[in-house]
Design a protein around this ligand. Sequence first.
Ligand code: UDP
Ligand code: MG
Length: 334
Amino acid sequence: MSENPRYSIIAPIYNEEGNIQKLYDRISAVMDSTGESWELITVNDGSRDRSLELLAEIADKDSRIKIVNFARNFGHQLAVTAGIDHASGDAVVVIDADLQDPPELILEMIERWKAGYEVVYAVRQERKGESWFKLLTAKLFYRMIYRITDVDIPMDTGDFRLIDRNVADVLRAMREHNRFIRGMTSWAGFKQTGVSYVREAREWGETKYPLKKMVRFAMDAVTGFSYFPLQIMVYFSFILGLLAVIAIPVIAILRLILGYEFLGGQVTTIMLLLIVSAFQLFFLFIMGQYIARIYDEARRRPLYIVASRYNLAQGAGKPAAVESPSEAGMEVRG
Ligand code: UDP
Ligand code: MG
């Protein structure tokens, strides 16, 4: 194998057959203009269309195009993770395959990186061609995450960003299963800055993030970086406790001393029961979300399974064993 390339571009691919040629054309034009070496690592996340076939055709002709082919669909965040695991460049750029993120912006990111920044994230100034529902939920989501998490996750940024080798190595050492990569990069620290851009509409095809995946993603973000949902339970317990402390003597006095016969009967009891049960079940659900994620970690399954690789050495992409020497010799990507 030749020397490490200067830049690694990572593109997760899930049913993107209509975008692949254009993606390759635009990225190679932009990257060639830097005059430095680069690789494009595509991660085929269990596509059911002709994506892999098209990628392999390109990879046959151009050995800078590499493919990590997953055994099934593992989801966007894990596809990006596999890309970072396999990247060998001094700077790593994560970009969507649907060309919503303009590859031309990479040049600006590289400039900032050369000026000494280790994370350069792209901030969406404007988003084109998205439904009002996606725009609204995304806006709310980023503001909520910003408020309740302990790390400063910049608003309106996606995974489109450049990270330095140092940061990539930190991410490679973080083997958590339910990943919110933009939070993980913020958590890692380093010198960070943003460049703004207009997010275009998708070139081809439809979003691969239906509501269900978006909700899951939001849950991963919250549980991964905040204890807030667990902690607010205490306020509810205070409020209910306070109500009990006040209401019980008041009702006792009204009933026993003044003889009022109200608030009796089953209807009141049933209503209270329903309200309190709803609260309790909701908080059980929240606890369950955290517990399920603990279980995910406890099972220690690999994060993803690679079925095949193109233009990559066998056994490439081992996670960095910085913090977990016990796993250092294993081939599974834990
Ligand atoms: N993607 C993936 N696996 C998935 C879903 C999405 O690899 O399970 C890829 C997809 O091919 C695209 C990127 O992740 O390159 C972002 O997905 P998408 O454009 O559908 O998300 P949106 O831009 O609508 O938020
Ligand atoms: Mg997209």
